[in-house]
Design a protein around this ligand. Structure first.
Ligand code: 5GP
Length: 192
């Protein structure tokens, strides 16, 4: 199978990476979203096969044993997220570039694996305080889950220098425009 390129957007939860990724997907038909598998429950109007593949823990563990994941993490205690090899292949078969919205460790993992085939972008929020405000404002998580998200976010901010690019998301419009330029430039480069 002919391999293609990958664009990885990683950030602590609440930094705005999902919004940026969705905007890029609307503007750039040459990109396709890598739908992750997760054991968490759908939130709001999230749909199976669009936002995530929502699967049981049993199925997730079975797929780990079958080595079907390119990367996976227990992102929060008892909650798994992972990228299926078949998902990347499915997108490459269409001739498109895969775009990821993935946690920081997962992003570093993919970058290590795919090296020059991948552009790894770290989305940086203005501050930890702003991040905490945004996460709290969502109103979708329990206090306990929120505490875990805050602790993880604080740790993840330190990994930014390991990415190809640090994209400051202080103003959403500016960040989206910068993201678009970066991704367009990366796609236009000859394949490594
Ligand atoms: P949420 O529950 O808010 O949708 O996602 C929680 C975190 O898991 C986010 O940082 C999200 O980007 C990350 N995530 C989503 N899919 C994957 C994946 O396939 N692998 C990893 N490692 N993290 C993921």
């Amino acid at each position: 199978m002919k391999e293609g390129k990958l664009v990885i957007f990683s950030a602590p939860s609440g930094a705005g990476k999902t919004t940026i990724v969705h905007r890029l997907l609307r503007k750039m038909p040459e990109l396709e979203f890598s739908i992750s598998a997760t054991t968490r429950q759908p939130r709001g109007d999230e749909q199976h096969g669009k936002d995530y593949y929502f699967i049981s823990k049993e199925e997730f563990l079975h797929r780990i044993a079958k080595k079907q994941f390119v990367e996976f993490e227990e992102v929060y205690t008892g909650t798994f997220y992972g990228t299926l090899r078949t998902e990347i292949e499915r997108i490459w078969q269409t001739g498109k570039t895969v775009i990821f919205d993935i946690d920081v460790e997962g992003g570093m993992h993919l970058k290590r694996k795919y090296q020059h085939q991948a552009l790894a972008i770290f989305v940086q929020p203005p501050s930890l305080e702003v991040l905490i405000e945004r996460l709290t404002g969502r109103g979708t998580d329990s206090t306990e889950k929120l505490q875990e998200r805050f602790a993880k976010a604080e740790k993840e901010l330190n990994y930014a220098p390991q990415f190809d690019i640090i994209l400051k998301n202080y103003d959403l419009e500016t960040a989206c425009k910068e993201a678009e330029d970066l991704v367009k430039n990366f796609i236009s480069l000859p394949a490594p």
